[in-house]
Design a protein around this ligand. Structure first.
Ligand code: FEO
Length: 178
């Protein structure tokens, strides 16, 4: 049975991951409005990943006999002044999430909750990749500067990211299923 303290901080993290989902879906919408469909595609896949992150905590709580409680999401940013600003925000957001994951791991250790440690170890590793991905794209954006050609080349490259099979955020999979 999961303890009250760990259940409560995991419920908080479900909210953080769902807010990540919202943020990246908002960024997808913003990139579509800028005709940067490759970046929008990349963000749709990122949003999909965030939903799976939320579900990992959700299922962990349920599997241990607890109650997953869906807390209120705050109103999040929905527009950006430039693609560069959006990528900066994505990068900062991943660092914020890494801090949250490390904080949960500290609490899990303080509570001697050995059952939760493997889940947190997975997230610690995942955050290395999450930070590296957004950091790399941000660096590319900074190098591109005002070059429209560079921006569209990067957009095309980001459009090649592969959706996990059956993702509801993949328009092709969605249209095939309905
Ligand atoms: Fe779920 Fe991008 O961290």
């Amino acid at each position: 049975m999961i303890g009250e303290t760990i259940q409560s901080i995991m419920n908080e993290q479900i909210k953080n991951e769902l807010e990540s989902y919202y943020i990246y879906l908002s960024m997808a919408s913003y990139f579509h409005s800028e005709n940067l469909d490759g970046m929008a595609h990349w963000m749709r896949i990122q949003a999909h990943e965030e939903m799976t992150h939320a579900m990992k905590f959700f299922d962990h709580i349920i599997d241990r006999g607890g109650t997953a409680t869906l807390l209120d999401l705050k109103q999040l940013k929905t527009s950006w002044s430039s693609p560069l600003e959006a990528w900066k925000d994505a990068c900062d957001h991943e660092k914020f999430i890494t801090g949250k994951i490390h904080g949960i791991l500290n609490r899990v250790r303080a509570e001697n909750d050995y059952t939760a440690e493997p889940l947190l170890a997975w997230f610690v590793n995942e955050q290395i990749e999450e930070e590296a991905n957004t950091e790399k794209i941000l660096r590319q954006m900074e190098r591109i500067g005002d070059s429209r050609e560079g921006l569209f080349m990067l957009d095309r490259e980001l459009g090649t990211r592969i959706f996990p099979p059956g993702s509801p955020l993949d328009p092709a999979a969605y249209n095939a299923a309905t």
